[in-house]
Design a protein around this ligand. Structure first.
Ligand SMILES: *[C@@H]1O[C@H](CO)[C@@H](O)[C@H](O)[C@H]1NC(C)=O
Ligand SMILES: *[C@@H]1O[C@H](CO)[C@@H](O)[C@H](O)[C@H]1NC(C)=O
Ligand SMILES: *[C@@H]1O[C@H](CO)[C@@H](O)[C@H](O)[C@H]1NC(C)=O
Length: 258
């Protein structure tokens, strides 16, 4: 009995020593297209709701962030890096970043494009636009995080993902290297996971059975967590992210959650 108590108190003491210092007050602003956006209509719905959480959808989606962490999803359905700026959405993102920075909060801005850029111009054109965005996020006081595009859930006859976004992911990584930003390789991680769980389980994350681009509730939870885990790996012990060991384990072992 004494021995057990002694061991327990030893654990408590070493546990208290191991508690990491509190992370700084932080905010998140999401920038991108429909594969990030929190839309509830057809042809929309990305990982943003699963990352930020939302009570506006039913059933409500829990946040991957600690309570009272602002998470402002400014992503827009159909946007390219060109139209996002031209139609004024990027101004909204920059205003949101400045407002959070003004409150003394460390403000992270994720930037993910490719799905629509791919329809209008070259990867290099997107790259130039991403570079401009990174610079503007920095001058607004934010910390840019480039994100490679979430895969489309289209499979070939060998039941492997056949994704056309590789050059867009590569371009995003190139800009991250050139501009010295963090980058989350969501494209590679989402391809790896869908290849592991196979077409049926991967398509259960679709917004509608034939929509291989947008996400339902399960999809936003899974890919929101995938982004949270990539961020944790990129900024260890610096972010107010709530762990979800069960879901993280499913993702890393390639087990379907839904
Ligand atoms: C989507 O995000 C916007 C901006 O943060 C917010 O005003 C809106 O309530 C969100 N909608 C849903 C369904 O979560
Ligand atoms: C980049 O932005 C320009 C406008 O500045 C636009 O013409 C071009 O289509 C954009 N490129 C992509 C890939 O969206
Ligand atoms: C993990 O996967 C198992 C098996 O599919 C499932 O029962 C469980 O709900 C999943 N956990 C989470 C948190 O999604």
């Amino acid at each position: 009995m004494f021995k057990v108590l002694f061991l327990l108190s030893a654990i408590v003491v070493s546990g208290s020593v191991a508690i990491p210092a509190a992370v700084p007050a932080s905010s998140f602003v999401l920038i991108g297209d429909s594969t990030t956006a929190n839309g509830t209509t057809e042809n929309s719905g990305g990982w943003g709701n699963g990352f930020c959480g939302s009570n506006a959808v039913s059933p409500a989606v829990p946040s991957a962030l600690e309570p009272n962490t602002p998470c402002i999803n400014t992503a827009k359905n159909g946007a390219t890096t060109g139209t996002f700026v031209a139609n004024g959405y990027f101004d909204i993102s920059i205003k949101a970043i400045k407002a959070e920075v003004a409150k003394g909060r460390k403000t992270y801005a994720t930037i993910q494009f490719g799905h629509n850029d791919q329809k209008v111009a070259t990867p290099e054109s997107m790259g130039a636009n991403l570079t401009a965005m990174v610079k503007q996020v920095r001058s607004a006081g934010g910390e840019p995080i480039l994100v490679t595009p979430l895969t489309r859930r289209t499979f070939n006859s060998a039941n492997q993902i056949s994704d056309s976004l590789g050059p867009w992911a590569d371009q995003t990584k190139l800009i991250a290297q050139q501009q010295n930003t963090h980058v989350l390789d969501l494209n590679a991680a989402s391809i790896k996971y869908c290849n592991a769980i196979g077409p049926d389980a991967c398509h259960r994350l679709n917004r509608s059975p034939t929509d291989n681009t947008h996400l339902n509730q399960g999809g936003t939870i899974v890919f929101g967590r995938m982004v949270a885990d990539l961020m944790t790996a990129s900024f260890p012990n610096q972010l107010p992210i709530i762990a979800n060991p069960d879901l993280t384990r499913n993702i890393s072992l390639g087990i379907p959650s839904f």
